[in-house]
Ligand binder design. Structure first.
Ligand SMILES: NC(=O)C1=CN([C@@H]2O[C@H](COP(=O)(O)OP(=O)(O)OC[C@H]3O[C@@H](n4cnc5c(N)ncnc54)[C@H](OP(=O)(O)O)[C@@H]3O)[C@@H](O)[C@H]2O)C=CC1
Ligand SMILES: O=C(O)C1=NCCCC1
Length: 345
């Protein structure tokens, strides 16, 4: 089916989630991923596209390909799980992607969280090139509370500094709600995600003021100036900067992964995926001693709506998901043609 979508300006086709996963998996396998790694990344990328997380959906496929082709990441890596303490799991991603590392550590993490009330998964030696919400939302669907952080690559100037050091370092949180979708937020600790700077540059758009600086450290609204020697700022000044610092400490200091400034990909032209670490904390809220947590979440949301709130974090995604489920995932025809060509040769 081909049609003109009201959501995208160009003509588009509508794909089911399994069809998009299959297409992306074929591309990733052609570029050196094992079947299992390709399936895991394809699923992750396709759900981002389905939910309208466009900066981390199919937009990322060329970056995955150039990185795999450069030899910077091991698309066939076999992550190693270590059961280190009653509430602590470690995974060495073996210079592979973070999502397969989470997948192999997940079952043990949940078992420990249910037994101890809380458990930590520390992933190191990993590459995360995706949205973070798919890593936490499934825990909330099982009644658990989850928090995850991941660091990326130097492109953010710490508040009060004059040169970049931190990554865009997102934080994602998910909690169950008695009725309806879990409560989820997923936000970069920079003013905007690096992916959104790239998208603005590709469309020739200007950014709002206060987003970033050029190579001389001067404020700029030109996304290309941010990408070519400039940098982003943390959101909320010293507050976002402190959170970004925390992300570096938890993802690299604590796991044994690299800080955002510690890896050097200059010998791998085309490499785009940060070689860092990731931390997940999972809590069983039934151990908290309060009333049913999911009911309490619902009460909080009810009260937020009562004071006039129209949009909760995560709601736009769920609206977009429902729309994609109804009519398929809208993909611009031109883009789909490129993806199909990549899957074939
Ligand atoms: N792998 C990596 O190293 C990195 C990945 N990223 C990813 O980039 C993506 C985009 O990050 P970012 O640009 O910060 O995200 P946004 O600023 O678009 O959104 C951040 C959060 O706020 C919610 N939100 C946005 N606008 C509103 C509003 N008006 N009212 C209520 N809630 C709102 C969003 O919900 P909703 O989703 O429903 O819009 C989301 O949960 C994330 O998925 C992140 O994980 C970013 C940096 C690095
Ligand atoms: O958008 C971002 O910021 C990033 N996304 C994927 C990994 C690098 C940073």
């Amino acid at each position: 089916m081909s049609a003109s979508s009201p959501l995208v300006e160009t003509p588009c086709e509508y794909l089911s989630l399994p069809a998009l996963v299959q297409l992306l998996q074929a591309i990733l396998q052609r570029h050196g991923c094992s079947a299992e790694v390709a399936r895991c990344l394809a699923q992750n990328c396709a759900v981002a596209e389905r939910d309208g997380s466009h900066s981390h959906g199919i937009f990322r496929i060329p970056g995955y390909i150039s990185t795999l082709d450069s030899g910077w990441v091991d698309g066939r890596a076999l992550p190693v799980v270590e059961d280190v303490a009653p509430a602590f799991v470690r995974v060495d991603a073996a210079n592979g992607f973070a999502q397969p590392a989470l997948a192999v550590g997940r079952e043990l993490l949940v078992r420990k969280a249910r037994a101890a009330g809380i458990a930590v998964l520390a992933i190191r030696n990993s590459h995360h090139f995706a949205a973070l919400w798919p890593d936490v939302e499934p825990f909330a669907e099982e009644g658990l509370v989850a928090l995850s952080v991941v660091n990326s690559m130097t492109c953010v100037v710490p508040h009060g500094a004059d040169r970049p050091l931190f990554g865009t370092n997102p934080i994602a949180f998910a909690a169950p709600q008695a009725k309806g979708q879990p409560i989820v937020f997923d936000l970069a600790t920079s003013t905007i995600a690096h992916g959104d700077v790239q998208i603005a540059a590709s469309k020739g758009e200007r950014l709002p003021p206060g987003i970033g600086v050029d190579s001389l450290g001067q404020p700029t609204q030109d996304p290309r100036a941010i990408l070519e020697g400039g940098a982003l700022l943390p959101f909320g000044g010293h507050k976002g900067s402190a959170l970004s610092m925390m992300v570096e400490l938890l993802c690299a200091g604590l796991t044994g992964g690299h800080f955002s400034f510690e890896f050097d990909w200059s010998n791998h032209p085309g490499a785009k995926t940060p070689w860092t670490g990731q931390l997940l904390i999972v809590i069983d809220p039934s151990k908290g001693g309060g009333q049913d947590f999911a009911e309490r979440s619902q009460e909080l949301v009810r009260q937020m709506h009562a004071v006039g709130l129209k949009r909760l974090p995560g709601e736009r995604r769920h609206w977009q998901r429902a729309r994609s489920q109804e009519r398929g995932i809208a993909i611009a025809c031109e883009r789909l043609e490129q993806l199909r060509a990549l899957a074939q040769g």
